[in-house]
Design a protein around this ligand. Structure first.
Ligand SMILES: Nc1ncnc2c1ncn2[C@@H]1O[C@H](COP(=O)(O)OP(=O)(O)OP(=O)(O)O)[C@@H](O)[C@H]1O
Length: 645
């Protein structure tokens, strides 16, 4: 094969000779090979192996050839014009010979490649046609003529019959010169398009080979389609060993289901038996919104097995552990399910996440689950309640301090929580409550991932994932001038919104069952059975303390109930609501919301003398108690916190 890259597969010698004549007339260097139906595939493969860039195949061969070679193929079949010319010739011949009787007579059609078009063209010309494959020879006498697809190249067709069938004149339909010419042009266009694609592919591959990360592409059949040099080195496997093989054999620990079926991004750990292991990010490959495969980026795990053991021990000792996973977040609500999926995707990247939701809606569960789902899961999870500490204390807790930074400071200084969270995640709860001064310091950490200890002058880099949470509407706080806009933009790169429980009553039965089971096991009691009426009361209740309050109600029922059947009256009693109040209306004392809340918190605090007990009784977190008191304290200067401690 020469530099000319087009080859034609002809069905017989005549076809070959006529094609060669045409190509020489046109000055085209096109290789022509004769093939029978049986050896057409083998010949196509040979031509492809010998360097053909495109094949022109006689139509009836092309269906099988095109699926067995990796080069473009063009189907050579009679065009509409070839068929039109031929049928018009038949009509004229019949008229000339006094045999034309319009639609009173029928013309028979033979040949898979022409039947569809010939039927349409015949209709336009007023010729009645029948497909002859089902007709027996004896029945042919009723036909005026037969039109048959012939594997040949001709200038014009149909003016004279080529033969007779049972005395019926038989006209050929062959491939015309323009059709051959068009197929050559089409082959050339396909080669050009393929070349552009190949250049792009080569550029793309070159970039892939230069990147420091291991990259593996998996097709929709879960087979490895591509592996770059870095991945070969990391996995100690060659392209030849893995390309075309099922991904599961090379990556037994990696679950591709979520990515290939649901288009989700995932992070997985891969254990190759070595001390270090790998982390692998799995991203869907999408074409027009359809997942057509997945791309795996592979890097050495940040922790070796020894590091992991050490880190686990250290974490157990430090208490900076995240215990919740996404499976612990119970919900049947569609919006919340989508939120969980978004949270899983966010866990695969390292950007700051902001969780917004009322007290007790599960912000900390989500934050812990994100940490445990992320590449940082082996590192510490440090939760800081920004509302629970006065500003100066919060500053030294978060950033640490150098020796002698202030009176009472430790002799050797102290690491702050940002440093403690190194290689892990810091969860800044109640971020909406921090002062403007503290917001400026936080902004610096978020932007530069560096801190400076109180009283120090050294910049310390920190490698932490940051998740912030608030029940407040931060844009409102920005409008009021108490929250920095730039900090909000930094924090809210990825946002999650948790619905209050009252907005997802469908979650109540599931939560009752799940929380009930856990609590009764913890309290060594039998599980409770809630009647439909009891569930209905729970569904209608407003749940200001959300899931935490619901858990409190279930715990009270487990402790108080003598038997295991819970009725609507039992629920009303522990909720302390009457029939009409169970419809969502609670009896409350008079005053503003803050005054009422403050009065209730103070009353219970006085009775219990403990924030934890108060939180439990009111079904809110200790954080919320601190926050509400602080809010009231800011608004009423005469409030003295000391009185209640
Ligand atoms: N969807 C849920 N499924 C199971 N338990 C939940 C769910 N949501 C919340 N909880 C439970 O409710 C309690 C409160 O959850 P969490 O501390 O995460 O809420 P929060 O929004 O951070 O509250 P706060 O703002 O008051 O700190 C926890 O005991 C948690 O286990």
């Amino acid at each position: 094969m020469q530099t000319n890259k087009i080859a034609l597969i002809a069905p017989n010698k005549d076809f070959t000779l006529r094609a060669l004549d045409l190509f020489s007339e046109w000055g085209e260097k096109i290789h022509v090979a004769v093939a029978s139906r049986e050896d057409s595939i083998a010949i196509a493969q040979q031509l492809s192996e010998r360097g053909a860039d495109a094949l022109i195949c006689y139509a009836s061969f092309n269906e099988t050839i095109k699926t067995t070679v990796n080069i473009p193929t063009v189907s050579l079949r009679p065009s509409m014009l070839d068929i039109l010319r031929s049928l018009q010739g038949v009509k004229e011949w019949l008229a000339k010979n006094g045999k034309w009787a319009g639609t009173q007579q029928t013309v028979g059609l033979i040949g898979d490649a022409i039947i569809a078009e010939a039927t349409v063209v015949a209709d336009i010309l007023g010729i009645k046609t029948t497909i002859l494959s089902d007709i027996r020879a004896g029945e042919l006498s009723e036909f005026a003529a037969v039109v048959k697809e012939i594997a040949d190249i001709a200038d014009s067709q149909g003016s004279e019959p080529m033969s007779t069938m049972n005395d019926i004149p038989c006209f050929p339909i062959t491939v015309g010169h323009e059709t051959v010419f068009k197929s050559v042009r089409q082959a050339r266009e396909l080669i050009l398009a393929g070349r552009v694609d190949r250049v792009k592919l080569e550029q793309f591959k070159a970039v892939m080979e230069f990147t420091g990360e291991g990259i593996v592409a998996v097709d929709s059949q879960r087979r490895i389609a591509y592996i770059n040099h870095t991945a070969e080195k990391l996995l100690n496997k060659s392209k030849e060993q893995v390309v075309g093989c099922l991904a599961a054999t090379t990556f037994p620990d990696v679950n591709l289901d979520d990515t290939l079926r649901y288009g989700q991004t995932r992070v997985a750990e891969m254990n190759d038996g070595s001390d270090q292991g790998f982390t692998c990010r799995i991203v869907p490959m999408l074409i027009s919104g359809q997942t057509v495969g997945a791309v795996l980026t592979i890097a050495e795990a940040p922790f070796s097995a020894k590091d992991k053991d050490k880190a686990s021990r250290a974490l157990a000792e430090s208490g900076y552990r995240a215990t919740y996973n996404f499976e612990d977040f119970i919900t049947a609500n569609t919006f919340m399910k989508e939120t969980l999926e978004a949270a899983k995707s966010y866990a695969c990247v390292d950007s700051t996440i902001l969780i917004n939701g009322d007290t007790g809606t599960g912000k900390e569960i989500i934050a812990q689950s994100i940490h445990n789902y992320s590449q940082r899961c082996r590192g510490p999870f440090v939760a800081v309640n920004c509302a629970a500490l006065p500003e100066s204390l919060l500053e030294s807790e978060l950033f640490g301090y150098e020796c002698g930074a202030f009176t009472g400071a430790r002799k050797n200084g102290k690491k702050g929580l940002f440093e403690q969270a190194d290689k892990g995640t810091i969860f800044l709860d109640e971020i909406g409550e921090v002062s403007l001064g503290m917001q400026a310091r936080l902004l610096r950490v978020l932007q530069q991932r560096e801190i400076m200890r109180v009283g120090g002058d050294k910049v310390i880099p920190v490698d932490v994932g940051i998740i912030a949470a608030t029940h407040r509407n931060l844009p409102d706080l920005i409008e009021k001038g108490v929250f920095r806009r730039d900090l909000y933009y930094r924090l809210s790169i990825l946002q999650l919104r948790l619905l209050p429980l009252s907005a997802r009553p469908e979650d109540i039965p599931l939560l009752v069952e799940n929380i009930g089971k856990k609590l009764s096991a913890k309290l060594f009691k039998q599980s409770l059975q809630f009647s439909a009426g009891a569930i209905e009361v729970l569904r209608r209740y407003q749940w200001p303390g959300n899931v935490r309050e619901l858990a409190g109600v279930i715990e009270r029922l487990i402790i108080l109930k003598k038997d295991t059947n819970v009725t609507s009256d039992d629920v009303k009693k522990v909720l302390d609501v009457s029939d009409c109040q169970a419809d969502g209306v609670r009896m409350v004392p008079k005053g503003t919301m803050e005054e009422i809340e403050y009065a209730i918190i103070m009353q219970v605090l006085k009775e219990t003398g403990s924030h934890e007990q108060t939180a439990k009784i009111l079904g809110i977190s200790t954080t919320t108690i601190w926050r509400k008191i602080k809010l009231f304290q800011n608004e009423r200067n005469d409030f003295n916190l000391q009185q209640i401690q």
